[in-house]
Design a protein around this ligand. Structure first.
Ligand SMILES: [Zn+2]
Length: 266
């Protein structure tokens, strides 16, 4: 049995088919080393192993805004690292990214700044979310701050006026805090439709992220950027498989019979 670390390297060495950037979605990064209970949290240890894998394998990690506004031809190995909701433990994650010269984008719920999330409980970690001065700190570390609405509503369920308020008010609040324009957005619960995408464009965003699996630009639409969920149980090896397949739903059995398996001579 080949050691997992070598297998991980082999998997990525055979990532040759052109597919463009991959988006990764994180939420909370816990200090404790054990596996977090909440599926959308990762331990700090796992997180840093995943960053080291991306760095070792030569991934470029632009912010969403950089992806949209700069060169249309990003290197094959480009990963968009994103964080939803604004958990306060993300400050440490930001420091780990900064240490490695990596960048990421944060999606913030402005109606819950500096307090416990005001949207329905779902097993997430207790405690407050990031506050205004912490957002400025993250921005000055070279990261991007984007919006995740005012109240974390499922936007496909709200009327037009409410939709515009969620999009525009959160943007204005963040621009006020940061003193610069806020261009990127993430749909809460990944819930979006054409009406939401049109409204996001109308209020001045230039990009919006979903939670659909697949390569980020698969739909060739900046208001429909796909992201892979990083789960509490994901090892560096699992992340390598996600990066190879461009899917967050991969198991070893998917590898058997694939191009990769043949390339490995199995
Ligand atoms: Zn969220």
């Amino acid at each position: 049995m080949m050691p997992v670390a070598s297998l991980t390297r082999l998997i990525l060495r055979h990532t040759t088919e052109p597919h463009g950037p991959v988006g990764l979605m994180y939420h909370s990064v816990r200090q404790d080393s054990g596996k977090p209970d909440w599926p959308w949290a990762v331990s700090r240890q796992r997180f840093t192993e995943q960053l080291d894998l991306l760095a070792d394998e030569g991934y470029t990690t632009p912010t969403i805004n950089e992806l949209i506004t700069r060169s249309p031809n990003w290197p094959q190995r480009t990963a968009l690292i994103t964080f939803d909701d604004g958990y306060v433990d993300n400050l440490d994650a930001c420091a780990e990214l900064q240490k490695r010269g990596m960048r990421a984008t944060w999606f913030i719920v402005t109606g819950s700044l500096d307090q416990s999330p005001r949207w329905p409980e779902d097993g997430r970690p207790a405690g407050r979310l990031l506050n205004a001065s912490e957002l400025r700190e993250i921005q000055s570390a070279g990261m991007e701050i984007g919006s995740h609405t005012v109240s974390h509503e499922r936007l496909t369920n709200v009327d037009d006026a409410h939709l515009l308020t969620e999009l525009a008010d959160s943007k204005a609040t963040l621009e006020d805090i940061l003193g610069s324009s806020v261009n990127s957005f993430a749909y809460p619960y990944g819930a979006w439709d054409k009406r939401c995408a049109t409204a996001a464009k109308q209020v001045g965003y230039t990009a919006a992220c979903t939670t659909q699996t697949g390569w980020a630009l698969r739909d060739n639409n900046p208001f429909q950027l796909r992201r892979l969920t990083v789960f509490n149980s994901d090892t560096a090896s699992m992340l390598a498989r996600k990066l190879y397949f461009g899917s967050h739903d991969v198991r070893w059995r998917d590898i058997a019979g694939s191009h990769l398996w043949r390339a490995l001579g199995k």
